[in-house]
Design a protein around this ligand. Structure first.
Ligand code: M6R
Length: 612
């Protein structure tokens, strides 16, 4: 989705803004632009296409301003074009604005502004904002230091929807104003400089000290200050948070792509996520939670709600919670959950999983659950993200920044954290048995086993070469393996644009087998000793019909039957997805590479989906 960068300091703003935009490229975008405060007023440069086009606009290198705002746009209202690109200015060219989010009442505001003599030059919802600011600014007869702030506040209070906004003005050449509601925005601060960004990795190379904003908090930024106001413009105090990620975590570090790097970072991500919560001989600790036996025993249901890959991690979480704690658990897609009137009361615990912590549907589902009286628990990778500010409790995966659009290390970290959480619940409920100690040991051994899995996948690129030109791939599995099939299929679609489906292997003969013929690849995951023979029979059926087969297993199977078999290390079934997904991630990666695609920034996709 859209990305925002801002700079106010002592250096030339333009190169810093361009660098920031390049680092936000992974969020997905179709146009880019910047606006800076120059000696003779506001400058604005923008165009559709890549940030590279923007940096080639004649004259851009001559900009001297040390205050500027910048934007990558992911088109919602109006096609990608120069006119629709941000920043947008008001009619008098006195205010420049960039905006991430959606203004739901923009038609009404356009009409109001039109009736007051304003003209619009783009199709965007955003263009109402600078004009509204102008409208309020020109109505205010007090010429004090807070005039711009008051105008921005009045304009913002007229907006319905979600927004993260940066404003600069030719009337106030030393300040910038930012505000957010339901859209991400962070402020990085260091001596004589403030940086603004939609997310932390983009400005991590400048600072690790961040201010995190709540909804409708206004910030006036100068070079060496940040002053915070609530929505009634009362001053409020805010402390910085120091982010533990280091700058190199947001670099490719010698890998060809972020995705490949992130796949290889999984042993570390898992180790960091387990952290000190779990050890072989001590009770599990979750300092962030204060659940007791009475509360957990009173639960009638747990909902796990998320989107995409995070939802797939939720399926592994359900498996662990239901089997270990015997609490009925449902997994829902956030965009469905929020509109299906789910049965929730104060005896429901709702768990929301989101790598970014900014996914609009997941946040909306969380708000709904709170309204209905449930306790809410966020599982996220980003400290201070929107979801953590809404939830009653937050626990973190410590996967480090995930830059590639296709989620890999976030998924495996989520699966491990949900398993540790399920073990924690059994500890509180007192329903665990000796077998749980084996599970603990297996979890602690995961980083080593992922290393081993990465090794056995070394030649999966060869198989990718054989099948990358095919049009359809099926992913099959039973039980926990079916949840991994779903994730493998999503990964392949996202980055290779090959059509794929995932099915419970037993469902094949109830319809989809009609599609199986030569030229189709079937990938099956078989890690459950009780189900392996049944899945092998299903695969036999597709072999007979001419499909090519790849099997991912930790069981004894007759490898001669299949075109390719990858034998992964054996582990506890609860956490087998963490190993069996690795070959699928690499398979998708190598297919996309064979097709010459941009693995990190697949078409039409955004890393963080901040609109509905
Ligand atoms: O940031 P989130 O975990 O909330 O994102 C949810 C999905 O948008 C995300 O997992 C998406 O499916 C990924 N691109 C999958 O690789």
């Amino acid at each position: 989705m859209c990305g925002i960068v801002g700079y106010i300091g002592t250096k030339k703003a333009t190169p810093i803004l361009i660098n920031g935009l390049l680092r936000l490229e992974y969020r997905g975008y179709d146009s880019a632009g910047i606006s800076t405060i120059e000696k003779d007023g506001l400058s604005i440069m923008k165009d559709k296409g890549r940030v590279k086009n923007l940096s080639n606009i004649p004259g851009i290198d001559d900009l001297e301003g040390t205050i500027g705002i910048a934007h990558t746009r992911w088109a919602t209202h109006g096609k990608p074009s120069k006119e629709n690109s941000h920043p947008h200015m008001d009619n008098s060219k006195s205010f420049s604005v960039v905006h991430n989010g959606i203004i739901e009442n923009y038609n009404e505001l356009r009409k109001f502004l039109g009736d007051n003599g304003y003209t619009f030059y783009s199709e965007t919802d955003t263009e109402v904002i600078p004009n509204l600011i102008h409208y309020y600014y020109s109505k205010d007869n007090n010429n004090d230091d807070e005039k711009l702030l008051r105008a921005v506040r009045s304009a913002v209070l007229d907006l319905k929807g979600s927004f993260a906004i940066e404003v600069i003005s030719k009337f106030d050449k030393d300040n910038m104003i930012v505000v957010r509601k339901d859209s991400p925005l962070v402020i990085g601060t260091c001596e004589d400089e403030n940086y603004i960004s939609s997310d932390i990795p983009a400005i991590l190379s400048f600072t690790r000290d961040f201010y995190l904003l709540n909804d409708l908090e206004f910030v006036v930024l100068s070079r060496n200050n940040a002053t915070f106001y609530d929505k009634d413009l009362n001053k409020i105090e805010k402390d910085t948070k120091t982010i533990e990620w280091n700058a190199s975590a947001a670099e490719k570090d010698g890998y060809e792509d972020y995705m490949l790097k992130e796949i290889h970072e999984q042993p570390t991500a898992i180790r960091e996520t387990i952290g000190s919560k779990l050890s072989e001989d001590a009770p599990i600790e979750f300092d962030e939670l204060n659940f007791n036996k009475e509360y957990l025993s009173s639960l009638n249901k747990i909902y796990i709600v998320a989107c995409g890959t995070a939802m797939h991690a939720g399926l592994a979480g359900k498996n662990a919670i239901e089997k270990l704690c015997k609490i009925p658990t449902e997994v829902d897609i956030a965009s469905e959950f929020r509109y299906r009137d789910p049965i929730i009361d104060d005896k429901t615990l709702c768990i929301f999983i989101s790598q970014s912590g900014e996914t609009a549907d997941t946040i909306a589902a969380l708000k709904l659950s709170k309204e209905k009286g449930a306790k809410t628990l966020a599982v996220t990778n980003v400290i201070g993200s929107s979801i953590t500010r809404e939830a009653d409790y937050s626990i973190y995966t410590h996967a480090g920044p995930e830059i590639a659009v296709a989620s890999t290390k976030a998924y495996t970290s989520q699966v491990v954290l949900l398993n540790v959480l399920a073990l924690y619940f059994t500890q509180i409920l007192g329903c665990g048995d000796a077998k749980l100690n084996d599970l603990k040991k297996d979890i602690l051994d995961l980083p080593r086993k992922i290393e081993e899995t990465l090794k056995v996948c070394e030649n999966i690129g060869e198989f990718a070469k054989e099948v990358y030109q095919e049009h359809d791939v099926f992913f099959l599995g039973r039980g926990i393996d079916e949840t991994v099939a779903k994730e493998g299929s999503l990964k392949l679609k996202e980055i290779s644009y090959i059509h794929s489906e995932s099915y419970a292997a037993g469902e094949l003969k109830h319809g989809p087998i009609a599609l199986i013929e030569a030229g189709i690849t079937v990938i099956s995951i078989m890690t459950d000793s009780k189900l392996v023979e049944k899945t092998v029979s299903n695969i036999q059926e597709v072999i007979t019909r001419g499909a090519k087969t790849l099997v991912i297993t930790n069981q004894k199977v007759d490898q001669k039957m299949f075109d390719k078999t990858i034998v992964i290390p054996d582990t506890n079934p609860f956490i087998s997805p963490i190993l069996s997904v690795v070959p699928l991630q690499l398979f998708a990666y190598y297919i996309a590479k064979e097709k010459g695609l941009d693995v990190d920034k697949p078409r039409n996709l955004a890393k963080s989906v901040t609109v509905e």
